[in-house]
Design a protein around this ligand. Sequence first.
Ligand code: HEC
Length: 156
Amino acid sequence: MKTRIFVSLLTASLIFFSCGNNDGETDEASRSAEQEQGLTEFELEHGVGPVTERVDIDDTIDAEMATKGLNIYEMKCEMCHNMEGRMVGPALGDVLERRSPEFVMNFILNPSGMVQEHPEGQRLLQEYMTAMPYQNVKEDEARAIVEFLRDYNQNQ
Ligand code: HEC
């Protein structure tokens, strides 16, 4: 375990140093790692993946959609995630306080892209040391999981 942490840290610092060094300008060097990775503002805030624009979200919760989301969550997510407290992956009960719905959907739909290309995904992978697998969840199912998470938050 220790060696793996060390190797990831080493890789991270190598990437950091090699990016910061490309043209010698201090302004360039201090540009954030995010910009170096060439992500758009949308991608930085809402994740990398098939969801490329804001999703329509109503104030009221769609109960039917939330139930569908819960069923998928129980089938495909619960073995690695708790609502409260860390498991194989981070707790999801409060994820919408940290992330936008689009970010959550992109994580579900494109987990490998998120840990490879997005700075937050890279950080999570280093912290949890397991890559979340692609679960063959469709976009409307990912949207339903968001509805389930919103419903959960509202009932806390
Ligand atoms: C095999 C274990 C596993 C399964 C199954 C899994 N995840 Fe994950 N998930 C992880 C890990 C580990 C991370 C941290 C990122 C990484 O290392 O890939 C993560 C990260 C996430 C994140 C980002 C959390 C944050 O703080 O930004 C979301 C959202 C998420 N998972 C949702 C889901 C949903 C919804 C499902 C079910 C469709 C699911 N995951 C299935 C392991 C899993």
